[in-house]
Write a protein of this length. Sequence first.
Length: 250
Amino acid sequence: MRISGNTVLVAGGTSGIGRGLAMRLHEAGNHVIVAGRRKELLDEIVAEHAGIGAEQFDVTDDASIRELAARATASYPELNVLVTMAGIMVPEKVLDPDSLEITERTVTTNLLGTIRLVHAFAPHLVSRPDAVIATVTSGLAYVPLPLTPTYSATKAAVHSYTESLREQLRDTSVQVIEIAPPLTRTTLMGAGTDNELAMPLEDFLTEIMGLLEAQPDARQILVDRVKRQRFAEIDGTYDQILALQAARTS
């Protein structure tokens, strides 16, 4: 992926990592369009950052995604980068019957949302030179957090989907990149911006932008902090890290 000169749509770019990445891409010389559900946040971003576009949509609604793709590709025909950032992370207890609603909402948002976005935008992107689809997974795709089993499972599924997507598009102009963040200081699941166990958001964004620039042909973008989870199976530390994430002492 070239670091500047793109027209980028960040789906789920109104808060957290999505918003931060949208701002960094904007500052790097890209035309950025932020897409999200909350109009007040979209309006705030447009007011504060000259040149950024905004599109409202609901990642849980297939019709809304298809309408977003039609609007965005008509308004920005040069669009060549899609970042599928939208996601939710909510604790679940499998013995609580109310948790099934959380499970289904998480799958719809994190997994179906990503897949529907790809299906909606891919026909346009294959017609553009230097095109990119960037999916966002997590270190929890590789070692799950038992407190959030469906979130972890959807991120593992997005990783698998991304691998297949890259293979299917290998003879097109579309580069497929997986971005796998570690625990980062955002408001996701109330992690908080002062959580000492989490990577500071600005540090994460700086490292990500550096990796994108240094590795233009990258298949996967991994900051150092996430590599312990990413390579746990290979390193033989999977059981240890799973126990740690489960807060087990024995």
